[in-house]
Design a binder for this molecule. Structure first.
Ligand code: ADP
Ligand code: ZN
Length: 737
């Protein structure tokens, strides 16, 4: 056996440097890059992953210790993944060991040997087939599962594709001896199954997009696919994925948190069957490990997943799609604060494959990259299937009387829409009954004790809740600071979806009204049931938060009313206008997907704001140009790159003192053109009981920003305050509060 002398190891510890170990002669296997090892570490032992094998080490030989054990004989992490992790460690200035640890399934983050699992499959029995053929099965769920089993065995992965708890149904069917469980070694899928009948013929714009993306399948290129809602982007993704699976390769499709719905999964499985794998944050560890393993084996797969799926091992990856690329949920807001979209682009570059960023409202960053020719810009200008774009009307509500937030013209539009037998959707991004509650006798306002935020009234539940920290208390429990008694005599200010629903029930007593927000759809299956009702035409009026804005198609909605969006336009965030426009267009996209023409009404106190002129004329690209000029003159991204140094502590002064000390030492060491702002308290200074403050570091070039952050990281450990605060770096921060 030809053993290397030294191993570079990413140890699972929060440290930014790499470590070398030597290789004992009595190992049972040859250590390879990507295998786990157990190593001595400070006074204990830690697990890590081998990142390099080498014959020489730059470290002093007397400091190098031998590894204790080689845990894996075959690598658990591919070389590609490791390169991606190394990039992320450099770019986000984050410990490599912790990134690498997160690449592994939960069960493989310790010492346990990773079981290359046996595959479980449920097969239909002869009795089950008889029942199925004779139509003897009862219950929609049992029928759905049997139907699937009649075509192909049920696997743990396919269990996830049902909108209900399919595991329970499978158990019932096993009890009836209509299904049986068999174990087999996991093997490569024998053949590729594609349902070609379900593909639509691409229209000319889609065909052009498809051709330019697939023209150079083995070369890195980022394509920005800008197409209004309903323009047929998803259909283009499906055609691209088909061409990848036909080559026996793998594709990754990233979808925002809220957009990964049963609808989109169903659309993929109708074409690609069990070659579809799904990964999201609600999966159990076991289910996640199975998906991980199946992808890692290189089976032809299209992986649909949210943010963290970007790290999945896919040795035969030939295409990445990032749907709704502008969506803020692609940015992780804790730990490694990465942008899954940006990591996806780097992954495509390292793997030398094409990547598609799709959106009806692309981010300013991606549009700027098209202007600089870094990305190619592809447009799908019209709705596929012939639907006409909705008309867009800005309603000046200054001085108008409002009932439950509703103006007379909007109320009128709702009535005529429902009278025509169509559906109306009213959007308000605030759940609960009212965002502010005050005592009518003394004027005292109910605030959260742990956050700089008001408690939100949830009337039906009789609770006051903080939407930031989860504080949840009875309306009637006394507050120590409120001396005149309980809140039996309160006033509720402002409106939330719960109140709108109540008001609507009063003014439209004969309409069938449905509210959709995270309070009404908390339980599994409730969401799917609600959408089924809507699409079956059993609802006239739909009230919802951003849960209804994304990912769902409503075939009968012809009127979209945006009740209150002004607050967002002036939010304390340099992306406020961009996010506002994206949200409005996203909600507007729900209107008129069918043959009927849609109408969008937006209530505002600021009808003259320039954003409305762009939006009502359907000129998003020009809005971006205008916005980019503003960012340029304000020195904000994407004309500059920025990072936040964040600090928080239980005392108000500590974060500011710590950051002041960092700034004092860092400022003299900064490369030219790098600016420091702050420290300043965060916009919501107190959150979940912690006080927070930030320093903003910005530069023209990523390189000089990176150098500055490196210097900051050298300074911080020597500061006495560093141990008393929790600090973090947020490169490409999405918000500055
Ligand atoms: P997007 O992802 O841009 O919102 P979709 O791919 O969901 O658009 O398409 C919107 C609607 O248009 C869907 O109902 C889809 O079936 C239909 N559609 C898409 N492409 C075509 C096509 N080439 N011919 C006919 N209908 C199409
Ligand atoms: Zn709170």
């Amino acid at each position: 056996m030809n053993l290397p002398r030294f191993l570079g190891v990413a140890v699972f510890a929060p440290l930014r440097q790499g470590f070398d170990y030597s290789c004992p002669a009595d190992l049972s296997a040859i250590p390879q890059v990507g295998c786990r090892v157990l190593v001595p570490f400070s006074r204990g032992r830690r697990v890590g992953v081998i990142t390099v094998v080498k014959q020489h080490s730059e470290h002093p030989l007397n400091k190098i210790k031998p590894i204790i054990e080689l845990i894996d004989s075959v690598p658990l992490i591919t070389a590609d993944q490791l390169r991606l992790a190394e990039w992320a460690a450099r770019y986000y200035h984050y410990p490599l060991g912790e990134i690498v640890q997160a690449l592994l399934p939960q069960t493989a983050r310790g010492l346990a040997a990773f079981a290359h699992a046996v595959k479980q499959e449920w097969f239909i029995t002869a009795a089950g087939r008889d029942v199925w053929v004779s139509g003897g099965a009862r219950g929609a769920r049992q029928i759905a599962v049997l139907k699937h089993a009649a075509d192909e065995p049920i696997t743990p992965a396919t269990l996830l594709l049902f909108a209900f708890d399919a595991r329970r149904v499978v158990r019932e069917l096993v009890a009836k001896a209509w299904l049986e469980l068999r174990f087999s070694e996991v093997s490569v899928e024998p053949s590729i199954w594609i349902n070609h009948d379900n593909f639509l013929t691409l229209n000319p714009a889609q065909a052009t997009a498809f051709l330019s993306i697939s023209a150079a399948p083995d070369r890195y290129r980022t394509h920005l696919l800008h197409g209004v809602t309903g323009s047929g982007k998803t259909e283009v993704y499906l055609h691209l994925v088909r061409s990848i699976l036909e080559r026996g390769a793998q594709a990754l499709v990233l979808i925002p948190e809220i957009g990964l719905t049963e609808q989109i999964v169903a659309r993929f499985t109708a074409r690609f069957g069990s070659q579809v794998a799904v990964a999201h944050s609600k999966l159990s560890n076991r289910a996640r490990a199975l998906v991980w393993q199946r992808c890692n084996q290189g089976q032809p797969t299209v992986l649909l997943g949210t943010r963290s799926a970007v790290w999945t091992p896919l040795p035969k990856l030939k295409l990445i799609v990032v749907d709704e690329e502008h969506d803020a949920s692609y940015k992780q807001q804790e730990g490694l604060r990465y942008s899954a979209r940006d990591v996806a682009v780097v992954r495509a570059r390292l793997a030398n494959i094409p990547i598609v960023l799709g959106s009806a409202t692309p981010s300013f960053e991606s549009m700027a990259n098209c202007v600089r020719d870094k990305y190619s810009y592809i447009e799908l200008p019209v709705r596929a299937g012939g639907a006409v774009p909705p008309s867009f009307q800005v309603l000046d509500i200054r001085g108008l009387p409002l009932t439950g937030g509703l103006s007379e013209p909007l109320r009128h539009a709702i009535t005529s829409c429902v009278v025509r037998g169509e559906q109306a959707l009213l959007f308000l991004n605030r759940r609960g009954y009212a965002p502010v509650v005050l005592c009518h006798r003394c004027g005292w306002i109910a605030n959260c004790e742990r956050c700089d935020a008001r408690l939100v009234l949830h009337q039906a539940a009789g609770r006051l809740r903080c939407h930031h920290c989860g504080t949840d208390r009875s309306m009637h429990a006394p507050f120590p600071q409120h001396t005149c008694g309980d809140l039996s005599d309160y006033v509720a200010l402002g409106v939330g979806t719960e109140q709108i629903e109540e008001v609507f029930t009063e003014i439209f007593p004969t309409y069938r009204i449905l509210r959709i927000d995270s309070d009404t759809t908390a339980r599994k299956g409730e969401m799917a049931a609600a959408f089924a009702k809507i699409n079956a035409g059993e609802i006239d009026l739909l009230v919802g938060t951003q849960m209804v804005a994304k990912g769902h198609d409503f075939n009968r909605v012809t009127l979209v009313g945006i009740i209150d969006a002004d607050g967002r336009l002036f939010a304390n965030d340099f992306r406020a206008e961009e996010r506002f426009a994206q949200l409005v267009l996203q909600v507007a996209g729900r209107a008129g997907r069918a043959a009927l023409r849609g109408q969008v009404l937006i209530q505002t106190h600021f009808p003259d704001h320039p954003v409305f002129a762009f939006l009502s004329a359907g000129r998003y690209a020009e809005f971006v140009k205008y916005g980019l000029r503003e960012r340029e003159s304000a020195g904000l991204p994407p004309s500059r790159v920025l990072a936040l140094l964040r600090a928080e502590a239980t005392g108000r002064a500590l974060p500011l003192e710590f950051l002041t000390a960092v700034v004092a030492r860092l400022r003299p060491q900064l490369p030219r053109g790098v600016t420091l702002d702050g420290p300043i308290p965060a916009a919501m200074e107190k959150r979940v009981g912690k006080f927070r403050a930030n320093v903003l570091i910005s530069a023209r070039e990523p390189k000089s920003l990176s150098v500055s952050l490196e210097r900051a990281l050298e300074i911080i450990p020597h500061l006495p305050g560093a141990a008393k605060v929790k600090w973090s770096l947020d490169v490409d921060a999405q918000d500055t509060f």
